[in-house]
Structures are given as structure tokens and as C-alpha cells.
Ligand binder design. Structure first.
Ligand SMILES: Cc1cc2nc3c(=O)[nH]c(=O)nc-3n(C[C@H](O)[C@H](O)[C@H](O)COP(=O)(O)OP(=O)(O)OC[C@H]3O[C@@H](n4cnc5c(N)ncnc54)[C@H](O)[C@@H]3O)c2cc1C
Length: 560
């Protein structure tokens, strides 16, 4: 083989013409490369919107199936937010839908959902999906004094400074109400006569496989008022049992048809492994009614629009999601109520018990962000709440809540019945400080709706491997949330990794990168908007990796 003579090239003399030609060629190529990259990024983003979000599915949910309903009964185990929204979505697919829930549905109390009275943020995907599923949703929200607001009205300090969400965020609506308020509205809507959802006050205690051991044939339900369970035929079973993840147990230990012993049919299902960690999160929250007579004395708000009717987060300070374990929040909810909430990792014993304690908690967090004090309007809001108690006798009770583990159930890695899925916290449970659990449950429902439209048909029913298709589609839409929040949580020494080989040092580069992004977002409204859209489930996480954003984040970290 002939050798390349490098000196031939090194000694080459470029004439002026050659130099010009090279300069022109590069100049001509640059726009092509730029346009090519933009086209590539556009296509990649489109792909990632479908892969990692359920945004497109908000256009199709709530519409009748083209081929009519599937024959048979869908049993939804769990009648909390995830279960109720899922049940309503299933009425478009199945002839009959049954919700089984141990807490009586028309009672305004939830003994099994500890976060019932805790602060909740409800994002855009909830608003869009609820509009599609419940035609009276908006009217009902307004009737109880709830409201819709846009990010640019929010005082949201995730990082060292407030996020300046721009007014162009008008198409992104968030929901201003309590968890109790939203769940009550969803309950009332889901059980409207015309949807025909049947309610059973009881618990699903197990399930029975069909003769081939490939599907569930029915479930066993123990009514609240009975000691024994009864058998209910089921063509489709949805586990919405929240953190107890009951479905994983039904799969591992299927019951005989009479429900008294293990099934004689051998199945190849399970065991269902989980990935988990303990974030050591605790909350202290008070929902305080501001007396009518004090409403006019509420302070004017710092962000636009200044009206209380269009405001949600009046104050949220979480100085560094990765290194500071504390957060303080004030939220404008329905019926003149304001929610005051303190949250932390590892410092449960320091959480406040009263408004004075809340003020100190919020003040000390704010002080860590450049030694600043709480803004006067925040102090005024706290004063108005205190006066509501002192002058008008409204209760102020701070309720504490201790969170257990964050988890992902690895249904994609095991055999499961073809007609079984899990939705909500029974599939993926994330740290509540990031305010994403309910939105994620909606994403699960949107994905299930999509899979049933694409894979099932009225003539053939539920095909084999439908559940596999659902879990495979949902995993990339839900898992990034768990991975992202876990990487951030691992920056805190109170957090306990539980997976084999998992260490707090994992995710350090990601935490460094997020610190940079949050610094840039606090200065730049369009970056704040990008970050917000990802958090509000309206954009793919890929948007945080856009080259220009990565460049800005790295620059901010290196040069301030
Ligand atoms: C302190 C705190 C703050 C939070 N803040 C936010 C927030 O700001 N934004 C947000 O989006 N999310 C937030 N979350 C998360 C959110 O509350 C949950 O993600 C959401 O409730 C999950 O809904 P789910 O329907 O999956 O489960 P759950 O709400 O836990 O409901 C499960 C239901 O299943 C029932 N059940 C259990 N076992 C059975 C059985 N065998 N048969 C029948 N029924 C059964 C239970 O009675 C219960 O009603 C927060 C959570 C906590 C703890």
C-alpha cells in the first residue's frame, strides 16, 4: 500500500483564491448545517413529545371509540383521583365500569388517603384532560370558588431567585384549588347517572386467572359491610390502589374461583420487582379560611395579573431542590381558603405547628437565598390568616404527614395478565415536593386510553399482550419523573437509597446541571417558560437538553 506523504499537504501553498474559496464554502455550509440541525431537533422533539409526554392524547381522550364499546366489565380498584378519572375514561371503552373503593364515595372524608388535606399543585395536563372528560368541569370548579391561573401569576422560586414566567404562557392553565376540592368535583362528575359507573364500597382482595393462566377472569371484592368476599367477573382490571400497589399481590398470589385458597391454575406471572428509595419527606399544612370581612384587606399581589381570582402560588420557595431539604408554600385555593404548607426532607421534628412557626420556617428559608427577608405581601397574608382566627374564630390546624417510599413497579420486566394494568401511585410514586403525582396519574390514564384505542377492538376485544403494550408505552412517560426527582433528592444526606448498588453520589452531574438551568431560568423568562412547561407536563424533558440551554447552564455554573 502506498503511504500518504504528509509533507505534500503541509508544504501546500494556498493562494488568495483558495483561501476565499474555503471561506465561501464554509459560509455557504453554515446555514445548511444550521437548518439541518433545526430540522433534526424539530423531528427529535416531535418524537419525544409522543414518547415522553401524553400531550397529544389530550386531543383524543373523551371521544367515543370509532368501532363502539368493548364487551364486558372493567373493574377499577381504588376510587381516589387516579381511579375516578380512569373509570370515567374507561366508560368510553367498556360496556360496564365498576369502581371498588373502601372509603364511602359520598362522604367528605378520606381515611386511606393521608395527603387528602395536604397542599397540591394541579398542572395543565389535569385541566386539559378534565375538560375533555367532564363537560361541566369548569363550571363546577368556579361554582365552589376554585380558579384557573397562568404561570406568569406564580411566585415560584425553585433555586436562588423567582422564575419570571412570561405573559406568553397564557395557553398554559393551572388549577387553583385544594386536593379535597378537586377530588370532590371529580367524584360528583364521575358518578353522574349518564356515565353509568357502578360504585362498590369495598376492597379488591385478590383475582382469579382464566384456565390458561394468561388473563384475569374475575376479582374478589369484600364489601365494607361483609366479612367474606364475592366473585366479580372482569374483562379488564385496573389497579388504582395507590401506594399499597395491591395489583402486584393479586398477580403473585392468584386466588381460586371461590376465593378461599390459592388458584389451582399455574401462571407464569410475577414477581413484580420495584425500584425504590426513601426520601424522608414530611409536610405540615394548614388550610385556612379567610373571613369574608377580611377579603378586601388582602394585600395586592406582586405578579401580574394582580387579582386574587387569577392567582395560585402566592409563595413557593425551594432554594435548591438538590441541597436544601426545606420548602415553604402559600397557595390560593377555593372558597377564600389559603393553604400554608411547610415541607422538608429529614427535618420532620422541626416542622411548624402554627402560623408563627410557619412564618419563622418561611423566613429562615428565604434568608438562605441571599440573606433576603420575606417580602411584605407574604407577611401581610400571614397576618390576615392570623386575624381570621383571632377576630372571627376560623380554625388554624397544621396537619402533619410523613411520606414513605418513592417507587417504580417494574411491570415491563415480568409476565403479567394480558388484561391488567396499574395507574397512578400503584405504578410510579414520586416525591410530592415536586407536585407531580396527580398529573402523572392523568398521564397514565391518557396512555391507557391511547393503547385501548390503538390495540383493542369491539370485534376482537382485548388482545394478548395489551398490558405489555401499556406498560412499555407508559414507562418512558413516567420513569423520567422518578429518575429526575430521585437524582435531585440524592443530593440530600437524609435520603436513603434502597436499590442494590444505589448511592447518594449518583446523579451528581445532573444536579450540577439543574443548578445551572435554574440560575439561568431566574434571569431569563423564556428559559423559565421552558422549565415550567416540562414541570407542568406540557413539554418533553428533552427541552431541558437543547444545546443553547445546556451551553447557558454550563456557562452560568462556571462563570456565574
Ligand atoms: C403530602 C403530599 C403532597 C402532595 N402534593 C402533590 C401535588 O402538589 N401535586 C400532585 O400532583 N400530587 C401531589 N401528591 C401526590 C398525589 O397525592 C398522589 O400522587 C395521588 O393521590 C395518587 O393518586 P392515586 O389515585 O394513584 O392513589 P391514592 O390517592 O393513594 O388512592 C388510592 C386509593 O385506593 C384505595 N385502595 C387501596 N387498596 C385498595 C384495594 N385493594 N381495593 C380497592 N381500593 C383500594 C384507597 O382507599 C385509596 O382511595 C402529594 C402527595 C403527598 C403525600
Amino acid at each position: 500500500m502506498s503511504k500518504i506523504d504528509a509533507t505534500r499537504y503541509l508544504n501546500m501553498n494556498f493562494t488568495n483564491d483558495d483561501t476565499l474559496r474555503v471561506v465561501f464554502s464554509v459560509a455557504a455550509a453554515l446555514p445548511v448545517v444550521y437548518i439541518g440541525f433545526q430540522a433534526f431537533w424539530w423531528a427529535l422533539r416531535r418524537y419525544m413529545i409522543e414518547k415522553t409526554t401524553a400531550r397529544n392524547q389530550t386531543q383524543t381522550i373523551g371521544k367515543p371509540r370509532k368501532d363502539g364499546k368493548l364487551r364486558g366489565t372493567c373493574v377499577v380498584a381504588g376510587g381516589s383521583i387516579g381511579g375516578l378519572v380512569c373509570a370515567r375514561a374507561m366508560t368510553f371503552h367498556f360496556e360496564k365500569v365498576i369502581v371498588v373503593e373502601p372509603d364511602e364515595i359520598l362522604v367528605d372524608k378520606r381515611s386511606r388517603v393521608g395527603q387528602w388535606g395536604q397542599i397540591h399543585a394541579f398542572h395543565n395536563i389535569i385541566v386539559k384532560s378534565s375538560d375533555a372528560l367532564f363537560p361541566d368541569f369548569r363550571r363546577d370548579v368556579k361554582a365552589i370558588g376554585g380558579h384557573f391561573f397562568h404561570p406568569h401569576s406564580m411566585y415560584w422560586q425553585l433555586g436562588k431567585d423567582m422564575m419570571p414566567f412570561p405573559p406568553s404562557d397564557d395557553d398554559c392553565e393551572e388549577l387553583g384549588m385544594t386536593r379535597m376540592g378537586l377530588e370532590t368535583i371529580i367524584r360528583q362528575n364521575a358518578f353522574k347517572k349518564e356515565y353509568g359507573i357502578e360504585f362498590v364500597a369495598g376492597t379488591v382482595v385478590g383475582a382469579t386467572p382464566d384456565a390458561k393462566g394468561e388473563r384475569f377472569q374475575g376479582v374478589h371484592i369484600r364489601r365494607n359491610d361483609a366479612k367474606t368476599s364475592y366473585y366479580q367477573e372482569a374483562d379488564f382490571v385496573v389497579d388504582c390502589s395507590g401506594p399499597v400497589c395491591a395489583g402486584a399481590k393479586w398477580i403473585q398470589r392468584p386466588l381460586s374461583r371461590d376465593g378461599t385458597s390459592a388458584s389451582e391454575v399455574k401462571t407464569k406471572w410475577g414477581p413484580v420487582q420495584r425500584s425504590q428509595y426513601f426520601p424522608d419527606v414530611a409536610y405540615s399544612t394548614s388550610v385556612i379560611t379567610i373571613d369574608e370581612k377580611l377579603l378586601k384587606e388582602r394585600p395586592s399581589l406582586p405578579r401580574n395579573p394582580k387579582s386574587w381570582d387569577n392567582a395560585g402560588f402566592l409563595h413557593l420557595v425551594h432554594p435548591s431542590p438538590s441541597t436544601d431539604p426545606r420548602a415553604s408554600m402559600i397557595f390560593n385555593a377555593e372558597k377564600n381558603t389559603i393553604v400554608f404548607s411547610a415541607a422538608c426532607k429529614g427535618l420532620a421534628s422541626e416542622l411548624p405547628d402554627d402560623l408563627e412557626g410557619f412564618r419563622n420556617w418561611a423566613e429562615s428559608i428565604q434568608n438562605t437565598t441571599g440573606n433576603r427577608s420575606l417580602p411584605p405581601y407574604v407577611l401581610d397574608i400571614i397576618d390576615i390568616a392570623q386575624r381570621s382566627k383571632d377576630e372571627f374564630g376560623h380554625d388554624i390546624v397544621f396537619n402533619k404527614y410523613k411520606f414513605t417510599n418513592c417507587h417504580l413497579l417494574k411491570y415491563t420486566e415480568t409476565k403479567v395478565p394480558h388484561n391488567f394494568v396499574a395507574v397512578g401511585d400503584s405504578l410510579v410514586r414520586v416525591n410530592p415536593i415536586f407536585g407531580m403525582g396527580v398529573s402523572k396519574a392523568f398521564v397514565d390514564v391518557l396512555t391507557l386510553d391511547q393503547i385501548l384505542r390503538e390495540k383493542a377492538s369491539a370485534s376482537r376485544g382485548i388482545p394478548d399482550r395489551l398490558s405489555k403494550a401499556y406498560f412499555a408505552k407508559e414507562l418512558p412517560r413516567a420513569d423520567w419523573l422518578l429518575q429526575m426527582t430521585k437524582d435531585l433528592d440524592f443530593g440530600c444526606s437524609y435520603v436513603k437509597p434502597l436499590d442494590p448498588g444505589s448511592k447518594l453520589s449518583h446523579g451528581a452531574p445532573f444536579r450540577w446541571f439543574v443548578d445551572g438551568i435554574l440560575t439561568v431560568a431566574a434571569r431569563n423568562p423564556s428559559v423559565a417558560k421552558t422549565v415550567g412547561r416540562v414541570f407542568f407536563f406540557d413539554a418533553p424533558p428533552l427541552d431541558l437538553m437543547a444545546p443553547s440551554l445546556v451551553f447557558k447552564a454550563v456557562k452560568a455554573n462556571l462563570f456565574g
